[in-house]
Design a binder for this molecule. Structure first.
Ligand code: PHE
Length: 336
């Protein structure tokens, strides 16, 4: 019996190596594990064995059954991977597809390309974020009223959906230290009631510069340079005080209205200005929390609303179009 079993194992292993597709996998399974298989015949003979043999062969047959099954599955899965390598050639040119880039993708690319030219690196961060990076590391402790303005979705795994791209400020400081110039385009979430200008899912672009002697004039220089490139025209900007716990001083940066050129129109509510980008000088507590000496370094950060920018650039009057997947809307932006 032992010899027969050894022989069976040998044959099954040899054949398993030859599996190249699903039908071969199913055939070999039925041949070695099916009702009419050799192994099954041996198993049904067990009732005629003496009790010592029963004790020996009973568990052995079961073990073999499992091992065969694992073996066949393993070679079948390997064959799938091999097939994939053969059919997917990453060097082939991209196929012409019918469609266009999403307006938010277009402005995200525009802005990151401009910032890259200024020496910013482009980073990414998790959309499922910890309370520590989303709030605490940014000088927003659990009891801080600023948390009310950024109500979010808490997940069963203890994480939350990030309410802004700012957590990547702290992540980047802890990973790369100072000096640093970086930007982070990304998706953010807030528990909002939806209307024409509020969505629960939107996009921001975080920017951060840390070095010695960085001041507010650096913010203005970078923002003006960036907006000039985005809108292909000179844009006036102004700073108003704004409060965010992770910057001091903090500002709202407004730009002159691109629709009326600053004269006053419905879009800018007759003020000539459009609120575009909160920003400010990084708070010493944020530096210290992430291990950067605030007596040596200073820096600024901004959180550009990419969704807002896309709406301004393409004159989209309702934010809900952007996540609607409506092809009639998307196909208007014929840019690839
Ligand atoms: N993260 C802030 C928000 O979403 C914006 C911000 C970014 C403010 C960077 C200051 C500096 O409201």
């Amino acid at each position: 019996m032992k010899e027969q079993l050894n022989d069976l194992v040998k044959r099954a292993s040899e054949e398993a190596k030859k599996i190249t597709n699903e039908s071969e996998y199913l055939n070999i399974k039925s041949k070695y594990l099916g009702k009419k298989s050799e192994l099954n015949t041996y198993m049904s003979n067990i009732k005629n064995m003496n009790s010592d043999d029963k004790k020996l062969y009973g568990p052995l047959f079961n073990k073999l059954k499992k091992e065969f099954d694992n073996l066949f599955t393993k070679y079948y899965e390997e064959s799938l991977n091999k097939n994939e390598i053969i059919t997917f050639d990453p060097t082939l040119p991209v196929k012409e597809v019918d469609g266009s880039l999403h307006p938010v993708t277009i402005v995200a690319r525009d802005v990151t390309n401009i910032l890259k030219k200024m020496g910013f690196m482009v980073l990414d961060g998790p959309e499922m974020e910890s309370e520590y990076f989303n709030f605490e590391a940014l000088n927003i402790p659990a009891t801080h009223p600023a948390r009310d303005m950024q109500d979010t979705y808490w997940l069963d795994n203890g994480l939350l959906l990030r309410t802004h791209t700012s957590p990547v400020q702290a992540r980047a400081m802890q990973k790369y230290g100072a000096p640093i110039k970086m930007c982070v385009p990304g998706r953010c979430f807030r528990n909002e009631d939806l209307d024409a200008s509020h969505e629960n899912t939107f996009f921001q672009l975080e920017g951060m510069v840390i070095d010695e002697n960085i001041s507010i004039s650096n913010i203005l220089y970078v923002m003006k340079g960036m907006l000039r490139e985005v809108f292909k025209q000179d844009i006036e900007v102004r700073l108003r005080p704004g409060f965010f716990p992770f910057v001091e001083p903090g500002f709202e940066l407004d730009c002159s209205c691109t629709i009326c050129g600053g004269k006053g129109c419905p879009t800018c509510k007759d003020t000539g200005w459009i609120e575009l980008c909160p920003c400010g000088m990084i708070h010493p507590n944020v530096f210290e929390e992430s291990g950067i000496d605030s007596k040596v370094y200073s820096g600024f950060a901004f959180g550009l609303g990419l969704t807002r920018l896309a709406m301004m650039k393409y004159k989209i009057n309702d934010i809900r179009y952007l996540n609607s997947s409506d092809l009639r809307h998307l196909s208007q932006f014929n840019i690839r």
